[in-house]
Design a protein around this ligand. Structure first.
Ligand SMILES: *Cc1c(COP(=O)(O)O)cnc(C)c1O
Length: 406
């Protein structure tokens, strides 16, 4: 987003004018930024055979999937419905990795039938998989390396209490199950959780995976999951992708020598690819002075962007309607009948009722986590590509609210 001649715009398209055309609240995505992030990651790892599997739960509009497919990305799906969406978007089955957690074996069988790659995250399912398919269908194993990453337990999936993956300490048992059932293991996977900015944390996890890999002779890839940190505030520390790329690639190539074969290196970023591309544009409905603060009540809330309430996530907020106004301190809240605070004690250019606020980093886990709570409609979505904006999802209507009610 740039500020030029007092107009906030993306690729030359004024954000405020988009709300005049399509209404608010409105999700807007910068398609060029999405491409930029994808290629930045690809380039950082050009010394290895890197495959980027976009974690589509972050932002699952089919137009975004198509955009990434055209750039060369592949897909990471966590539900059979996401697999269907990926196929619908035009991904080939073998470009899709299915990484579910706590799903029924029936759902795994459906995924096998669709021809996608399978990632198994518990020993019970691994045994059933062995009984059903023997070595006729390969699968990947999701390892939990128990690396604590980031500060928030809800978004860190590698720690000891986590429900994700098979503990690295159970590796002996896993090897027994694999041998006894003659299962073809084609990959090992770990996803340590979000918000890692330290190359050392990645490398620690990598060593554990390299060590585990020695027990499996038919590997084709190692999947290092995701967790690249992106900037939410001006001075946020972020993952230095170039540095990470150099360090990991070097060590990965050494490992392939030891292993005796060139393997593919996979990543499954969600947030890194789409977070910064997205803006949620909302209107200031009411300015409400209380004894404690000045509230700006907007026409959105936890129904459209739940991350601030769910994860205590910081999302920067800007008044795009009054770029030259005096800055004042506000608390920005939603219109939902819950305490849905989008931001406490924020300095914004003076907000007047009717002004449009832009909430940043709304590309990942914004729309995809939205709901109809309070029987509100989900917003429309706009994609800006090559300087042109287009509607990629209509705003919901009352028909969407009552569609399945009998
Ligand atoms: C959610 C998820 C990701 C993506 O995480 P981000 O923090 O958005 O990059 C990757 N892999 C798996 C298995 C996931 O569940």
């Amino acid at each position: 987003m740039e500020l030029e001649n007092n107009v906030y715009s993306v690729q030359g398209v004024s954000l405020e004018s988009l709300t005049h055309e399509y209404g608010s609240p409105l999700y807007v995505y910068d398609g060029d930024k999405i491409k930029h992030q994808y290629h930045k990651l690809k380039n950082a790892f050009k010394a290895v055979d890197v495959h980027v599997k976009y974690a589509c739960k972050a932002l699952s509009n089919v137009n975004i999937l198509k955009l990434l497919k055209n750039e060369g990305a592949e897909l990471d799906c966590v539900s059979i419905e996401e697999v269907q969406l990926g196929l619908y978007a035009g991904f080939a089955a073998n470009q899709i990795l299915f990484t579910p957690n706590c799903v029924s074996f029936d759902e795994i069988k459906q995924a096998v039938t669709l021809g996608v790659k399978i990632n198994i995250d518990n020993i019970s399912i691994l045994e059933q998989f062995g009984h059903e398919y023997g070595n006729t269908v390969p699968c990947c194993i999701r390892i939990n390396p128990h690396i604590m990453a980031g500060g928030n337990k809800n978004i860190s999936t590698g720690h000891i209490d986590s429900k994700f993956g098979i503990s690295i300490y159970q590796l002996r048992h896993v090897v027994r199950v694999v041998k006894t059932n003659n299962i073809h293991i084609n990959g090992l996977h770990m996803h340590t959780g979000s918000d890692i900015y330290d190359a050392e944390v990645f490398l620690q996890g990598a060593e554990l995976l390299f060590d585990a890999a020695k027990d499996f002779k038919e590997l084709e890839f190692l999947d290092f999951g995701s967790g690249f940190k992106v900037a939410y505030k001006e001075d946020d520390i972020t993952t230095d992708i170039e540095d990470l790329g150099q360090k990991i690639s070097k060590r990965f190539n050494e490992f392939c020598e030891e292993y005796g074969r060139k393997l593919q290196l996979w990543f499954e970023p969600g947030k890194f690819i789409v977070s910064e591309s997205g803006y949620l544009l909302v209107s200031a409905n009411v300015i409400k002075q209380t004894t404690a603060t000045v509230f700006v009540g907007v026409n959105s809330g936890q129904n459209h962007l739940i991350r601030p309430m769910f994860y205590d996530a910081y999302h920067h907020i800007i008044n795009i309607s009054n770029p030259t106004g005096t800055t004042r301190v506000y608390t920005i809240v939603g219109y939902i009948c819950e305490t849905d605070t989008l931001g406490w004690d924020r300095k914004l250019n003076e907000v007047r009722e009717g002004d449009i606020l832009a909430i940043k980093n709304a590309g990942a886990y914004g729309y995809s986590m939205s709901s109809n709570y309070n029987s509100r409609f989900r917003p429309a979505e706009i994609l800006i590509e090559g300087g042109e904006s287009r509607l990629i999802r209509r705003r919901e209507t009352f028909d969407d609210i009552i569609r399945n009610m009998l």
